[in-house]
Design a protein around this ligand. Structure first.
Ligand code: ATP
Ligand code: MG
Length: 427
């Protein structure tokens, strides 16, 4: 019986995985320049971590989490169960780790990044998977606008490093505990006058989370909220100042942005600066990266009142955009050793080993095959050079080196082969 993968979960095969590795490498390089360090957090966490941080009325917590009950294996008591959830995002886990380890006692300012799979039970479609991957970063311990700008510049630098010029930055401020409640009230009043025309989802969530209505993708809701009050007109003085500095720093660094006062983000923990990087080449799932400030989260998860700001980037959507640009096929082996006869094979095996130790990509067969079939295989693998050895050549102390592109061949002494191939490694 053939067993298939779960719907919305996919494999990443050679041919595609090279782009992933490259993207991850660029992220590590760019993030390191901003003094961010990697943190690796568990994929499974207690459910309450997410319900408390992301928010009970969000799509993720309401319906998208992969949750199951786990029983302590030492106890036979079935009431002793813990609810666990496959992480739907990374911020909650990073903050949990920061609080739990009391990292802040040694040094509250921590710049951390992570990469890995996330899980959400969403309807699978283009750009939307049930297991997807994020590269994210969190700057904890700083409430100043310079760090907001720094995080945005870092993302901008990363997009440049991977050669993505087509992403656009949308920016908003969600205010703070001082100014948002007033705005929320006014927005709710406005929405109540149009309640009948809103979608079921928005009507249901309106009282508890009116800002989410602004974010609804339903055309009817979008139309109704066109004239809704803007959060940017409702910011208190400190929030307005904070936002002004972020905008100024972006402009000075020549990072273009567009203000989008409707962008509220799906997660409850955001305040002040929020942002999304989108691409029109992605269709309706247009966000490549998103994030913002979350000053209350560390405290909400049991730590001291320490501010934070961060983002997460969807790697599937990013690599989709890079594939559109054609980032180049993976390269084949530098050398493929064709052997004819057992003696030649026994000579070739340790030679290939030495070449590999020297960092060359080398390949050979283990089973007897005709020369023609080995040459065909070298061609198929995209080998750049082929080294041909038969029993005769061995006796003469020589082998044939064939350049696959120019089709030129030359005889080289067996004793010099390793040195010769290594010196030509870069070519
Ligand atoms: P969207 O509005 O596109 O659903 P979101 O607000 O749910 O995004 P976040 O939780 O902020 O997204 O996650 C950050 C990024 O992770 C997104 O911008 C996107 O690139 C990616 N992402 C989120 N959900 C998925 C998914 N189901 N499949 C693939 N990528 C995803
Ligand atoms: Mg979503």
């Amino acid at each position: 019986m053939k067993i298939t993968a779960i719907k919305g979960f996919s494999d990443i095969f050679p041919g595609a995985v090279e782009t992933w590795q490259w993207v991850e490498e660029q992220a590590r390089r760019v993030f390191a320049a901003y003094n961010f360090a990697e943190i690796r957090i568990p994929i499974l966490e207690k459910t309450e971590l997410f319900s408390r941080s992301i928010g009970e009325t969000t799509d993720i917590v309401e319906k998208e989490m992969y949750t199951f009950e786990d029983r302590d294996s030492r106890s036979a008591d079935t009431t002793d169960v813990t609810k666990l959830t496959l992480r739907p995002e990374g911020t909650a886990g990073v903050v949990r780790a920061y609080v739990e380890s009391e990292m802040y006692k040694v040094e509250p300012v921590r710049k951390l990044y992570y990469m890995g799979p996330m899980f959400r039970r969403e309807r699978p479609q283009k750009g939307r998977m049930r297991q997807f991957h994020q590269i994210g970063a969190e700057a904890l311990g700083r409430g100043d606008p310079f760090i907001d700008a720094e995080v945005l510049l870092m993302l901008g630098d990363f997009f440049r490093a991977v050669g993505l010029e087509t992403v656009a930055l949308e920016l908003n401020s969600l205010g703070c505990a001082d100014c948002r409640p007033g705005y929320r009230r006014r927005l709710l009043e406005f929405l109540k006058t149009r309640e009948a025309a809103l979608c079921d989802n928005c009507r249901r969530r309106m009282e508890r989370n009116p800002l989410r209505v602004l974010d609804c993708k339903e055309p009817g809701c979008r139309h109704q909220t066109k004239t809704a009050p803007s959060i940017l007109d409702a910011l208190c003085e400190p929030c307005r100042e904070h936002f002004a500095v972020v905008k100024k720093l972006l402009s000075e660094a020549k990072v273009a942005y567009e203000l989008n006062p409707r962008m509220v983000r799906g997660l409850d923990y955001y305040c002040r600066t929020t942002f999304e990087w989108t691409s029109e080449h992605l269709g309706s799932q247009s966000a490549v990266a998103a994030g913002g400030r979350y000053d209350g989260l560390v405290e909400e998860l049991g730590g001291p009142p320490i501010p934070g700001v961060g983002f997460a980037m969807g790697v599937e959507r990013l690599t989709m955009l890079l594939r559109m640009k054609d980032s180049g096929a993976p390269r084949g082996p530098s050398v493929y050793v064709v052997w004819i006869g057992e003696k030649a094979r026994d000579w070739a095996f340790p030679v290939v080993h030495r070449l590999r130790r020297e960092g060359l990509v080398a390949e050979m067969e283990g089973e007897t095959r005709s020369m023609k079939s080995q040459m065909r295989r070298a061609d198929k693998l995209g080998a750049r050079a082929v080294l041909i050895v038969g029993d005769d050549e061995l006796q003469k102390g020589q082998a044939l080196l064939r350049d696959m592109a120019s089709k030129q061949q030359q005889e080289i002494a067996l004793a010099e082969i390793v040195a010769k191939l290594i010196s030509g490694k870069a070519s």
